[in-house]
Design a protein around this ligand. Sequence first.
Ligand code: B12
Ligand code: SF4
Length: 501
Amino acid sequence: MKPSRKVVFFFPAFASTEATAPLGLLAVATPLLRAGYDVRLIDSTITPNYKQRVLEEVRDALCLCVSLVTGPMIRETVDIARAVKAWNPDFPVILGGWHPSLLPAQTLEADFVDIVVRGQGEDSLLETVERLQHQTALDGVAGIGFKRDGGLVMNPERRLRPLAEMPPKAYHIADFDAYARLCGRRWAMYTSSLACPFDCSYCTNAGVYGRQWNALPAGQVVEETTDLATRYGLEMLWVVDDNFLVDQERALKIAEGLVRRRARFRWSIQATTNLTARLTTDELRLLQRSGLHQICQGVDSASPKILKLMNKTFQDFDSIYQSAERCLGAGIRPSFNIIFAYPGEEERDRRLTVDFIMDVCRRFPGAEFWTNIFTPYPGSPVMGQARENGIEVPESFEGWADYFPRYTVLPWLNGKAHRRVQVMRDYLRLAFERAPISKLTASASVRIVHQGLRYPARWRLDHDIYGAPVEVWLNQKLKRYVAVAKPSVDAKQLEPAAATD
Ligand code: B12
Ligand code: SF4
């Protein structure tokens, strides 16, 4: 029998209503489609019966490929891979994405994983799939690891290719209707540059993309983004680059190009505060006219001691205030991220950060903060001191499933202290308005009650008092009245992926 040319992609849910097509899988799909493979994409977020669908699709396929990051996505990965192996222990299961890239050997040790792909997957996956199809050995395929005779074989690394050399992503295999039904907004992710020149000690990016920032030319970004938005009727693009503003001239050229093209979509970026603060209000206004509506920036802490420990000395406090003031002056929402409980953070450091958040939000209404609990990720520089910090590093692939910044418990933040920080984060959520990607439809009366809760929340944060959190409880009750769109169809009934792009 001729080996199949069908490849099944699975994307485990990331427990979020911020649903859109998984860009990593759309990236690795293109070379396969161009080589004539039939790609089926099953995203559990929009497929209620995803397990059954995977089990049906693999029956006449060549392999199953899963994309995942560290954390809860591991649970569904394990479940699906085990189910596939129960059906056919010899069916190849391939894992790619951030977690397998950062911990390839441990991931490959799992008995339901046959191959791991490290880093950029476009070329590595195509070569792997071709070898599987021709039933030839996997030796020499750079960037992958596989099993032989019960042992692990790690092939040499694959050289990183600049983004400009990479093929376009296969957006056409994604069901944007189903994502829009789930999150209430029709949007997609887009990559215009790779890597970041900085070196924050909690960040894993250098481990996968190095520090050599490289980018697509402005003209290409303008062409591709306008085409994408028109083709798929998108109202928004999230440019997921690590640091979009490294090349200021390119950023402004993109804005000029989009204004000239009369682009009608909104877009958001991620950038460091020091680079955002380099822009004048007029330059930010140009970006706003081109559709830029949000700049996500990692502030992380307001304690100079913690910023130093994070190796974030490139960011000063003036730049944060300047960024907030100028972005808002230009009509762009500054969206700041905070990490609580970084190793070495004491109560007074955390207090400094809360006071800082309150100050920025009061002085610059419209600025928003999103907070996380420090989560030690494999491959980040701070993981080098994991043992000294008392962190128990999981010894198996499955052990990483509970690493999630929403609820990570740390040796120095557990029990009562952990609960206190979580309640404090709940009050920060209540105290000032934030705009999530998903469009949640709350009734006017729910919104009025919500606004009323802001004032006691701010009082509590000012006075550092979080006992008997009735407002948080009330807010949770109110959430029941916020209608979240649910996927009504099985989006996986996609037409077999059509030809090339
Ligand atoms: C978009 C994004 C999200 C979106 C995902 C939306 C979606 N539908 O996919 C949302 C907002 C939901 C999200 C959530 C989270 N995210 Co996130 N996210 C990103 C971001 C910004 C872009 C990812 C992306 O699509 N990039 C573009 C694609 C093309 O690149 P890529 O993913 O690297 O894919 C390439 C390779 O990795 C590989 N590859 C990928 N998949 C596969 C699969 C196969 C089979 C193969 C062969 C190869 C392969 O080939 C691809 C092409 O070269 C990255 C940072 C970044 N700069 O990449 C963080 C990042 C992936 N997220 C991260 C984290 C920590 C989180 C959260 C925990 C954050 C939080 N505070 O809650 C949650 C976790 C969600 C969960 N399930 O547990 C970390 C992951 C670290 C790690 N160790 O895994 C990253 C790296 C950010 C960081 N620097 O810390 N995230
Ligand atoms: S600025 Fe952001 S992307 Fe760059 S190293 Fe720091 S955390 Fe990572």
